[in-house]
Design a protein around this ligand. Structure first.
Ligand SMILES: NC(=O)c1ccc[n+]([C@@H]2O[C@H](COP(=O)([O-])OP(=O)(O)OC[C@H]3O[C@@H](n4cnc5c(N)ncnc54)[C@H](OP(=O)(O)O)[C@@H]3O)[C@@H](O)[C@H]2O)c1
Length: 262
């Protein structure tokens, strides 16, 4: 039986790039997202190209039914070796002006879905003594930003959750690996979906989804807990972690003005 990887948010961007790379490496796949037609097309192409088996689950992971349908697939998959919690989205606008439904949905998707699917996957992985979980967070986990308050807060939760689990796994002597993947600006459907103007970001700031995935999988092999792809973003994260708190407010305000995200 081939190793199996389950990827949420596999219909585009970073999730699709994970799927292509894992298929190329000979993994069977379960692809999860809402757009069934895109998942079908991707799954068939990968099966034809790499001779793997690719199943799909078309589900809205911000809903209880969606989460349960994926939990059930995970529970039934004895060969699950990798879970990638990648489905996510950004919003525009100040928290107190934004539609609360979008904020609520983001918390469910980034936090509750990650929590439930990770729990479902770790039960089998820890019992079998192998496997890995990648939680796709963001460099936004390391600061706060007006206009993206829920985004930064939920990604910060993802990092904290992942770091806590790593301690538990290590303490239990488990070989199961876990990673918080923290990309910076990555070319994908993300910015269009959030209504953000990509032209406001310098060309040199963008990475490809393939570069992000390659850094993540290399990091997982080495057992790296927090992976920030790209030296520029590693430098930014280092500076933001060590900058005095009083400096973060003016930096965030300047960035908000520049990007028009108020
Ligand atoms: N792009 C960046 O600059 C960047 C930077 C840092 C972190 N990230 C993170 O990377 C992850 C992937 O984003 P991306 O950049 O690849 O953007 P993307 O191309 O927009 O992909 C987002 C994926 O999530 C899925 N998704 C969204 N809401 C969902 C829901 N309710 N239920 C199920 N699936 C859902 C989408 O599929 P459907 O629409 O078909 O459901 C899509 O496959 C996100 O967690 C994002 O926060 C992105």
């Amino acid at each position: 039986m081939k190793p199996l990887a389950l990827i949420t948010g596999a219909s585009s961007g970073i999730g699709a790039a994970f799927a292509w790379e894992l298929a190329r490496r000979g993994n069977d796949l379960i692809l999860v997202a809402r757009r069934k037609d895109r998942l079908d097309e991707l799954a068939r192409s990968m099966e034809q190209m790499f001779g793997i088996a690719a199943g799909i689950v078309a589900a809205d992971l911000a809903t209880e039914e969606g989460i349960v349908s994926v939990e059930q697939r995970i529970a039934a998959a004895e060969n699950l070796e990798l879970l990638v919690n990648n489905a996510g989205f950004g919003t525009r606008g100040l928290f107190f002006h934004a539609d609360v439904a979008g904020q609520d949905q983001m918390h469910r998707l980034h936090i509750l879905t990650t929590l439930r699917l990770t729990h479902a996957a770790l039960e089998g992985m820890v019992r079998r003594g192998k496997g890995g979980v990648i939680n796709v967070s963001s460099v936004a986990a390391f600061w706060q930003s007006p206009g993206s308050v829920s985004y930064c807060a939920t990604k910060c939760w993802m990092n904290s959750f992942t770091e806590g689990l790593a301690l538990e796994l290590k303490g239990a002597g488990s070989a199961v690996k876990i990673q918080a993947l923290c990309p910076g600006y990555t070319r994908s459907g993300f910015h269009d979906a959030a209504g953000w103007d990509r032209k406001l970001i310098a060309d040199s700031s963008w990475m490809s989804a393939e570069e992000v995935v390659s850094a993540s999988l290399a990091g997982l092999e080495r057992g790296k807990l927090v992976v920030v792809p790209g030296w520029r973003y590693r430098l930014v994260v280092f500076l933001m972690k060590h900058a005095p708190r009083w400096l973060l407010g003016p930096i965030a305000a300047r960035q908000q003005k520049r990007l028009g995200r108020g």
